[in-house]
Ligand binder design. Structure first.
Ligand code: GAR
Length: 201
């Protein structure tokens, strides 16, 4: 099986996944990193891990359709079976989603459907919510939406600061995302009528 990771920023989830692949805990070939931001730190991580980087800058394309066609051509060329969005801060079009239906995972730093959007951790913290969490799901045509694979709740304590909450959330992400990918590759993630069932046996 061939995996592509899509990321736009820091890349801590990229590294968490790469680490488990290197340790032989996830049996997949991480073939490419697709990155839309030439400044992203994740590029350095990929080069260090000897993963091929495909840089697709949206500004170099006239339309989103052209931008996505360029990505799809690369995915086909590398025979990608699974895409893991790891902090990829761009919405993929319905046409792209249809082409890779139930093969595009995303990680989101909240217990979806709560706190959708690009500032989920801050929003939960500022709302003084008593808990938040992490969700790994397949994407569909809507934003931060689609069949949920794994979720974990995280308590927000009164003593938490935004920084301590971010730290807790990232620690859970780095455990949950490799776990979801592993379950998928083992054929333990089944989808029927847009609902996921996960067998942990
Ligand atoms: C992660 O917290 C991920 O959940 C979030 O971006 C961060 C990327 O961190 N994704 C979203 O908010 C998607 N809606 P990383 O670059 O260190 O992996």
């Amino acid at each position: 099986m061939n995996l592509a990771i899509f990321a736009s920023g820091r890349g801590s989830n990229f590294s968490a996944i790469t680490k488990e692949i290197k340790q032989g805990k996830i049996k997949v070939k991480l073939v490419i990193l697709v990155c839309d931001n030439p400044e992203a730190y994740v590029i350095k991580r990929a080069l260090r891990a000897k993963v091929k980087v495909i840089l697709v800058n949206r500004r170099d394309f006239k339309s989103r359709a052209d931008f996505e066609t360029a990505i799809i051509q690369r995915l086909e060329c590398y025979k990608i079976d699974l895409i893991a969005l790891a902090g990829f801060m761009r919405l993929l079009s319905p046409a792209f989603v249809r082409q890779y239906r139930n093969r595009i995972m995303n990680i989101h730093p909240s217990l979806l459907p709560a706190f959708k959007g690009a500032h989920a951790i801050e929003d939960a913290f500022n709302r003084k919510s008593s808990s938040t969490g992490v969700t790994v799901h397949f994407i569909d045509e809507k934003v931060d939406h689609g069949p949920i694979i794994l979720q974990e709740e995280i308590e927000i304590r009164r003593s938490d600061t935004l920084t301590s909450l971010e730290k807790k959330i990232h620690a859970v992400e780095h455990k949950l995302y490799p776990q979801a990918i592993k379950l998928f590759l083992q054929g333990k993630v089944r989808i029927r009528r847009r609902r996921v069932s996960v067998s942990t046996l």
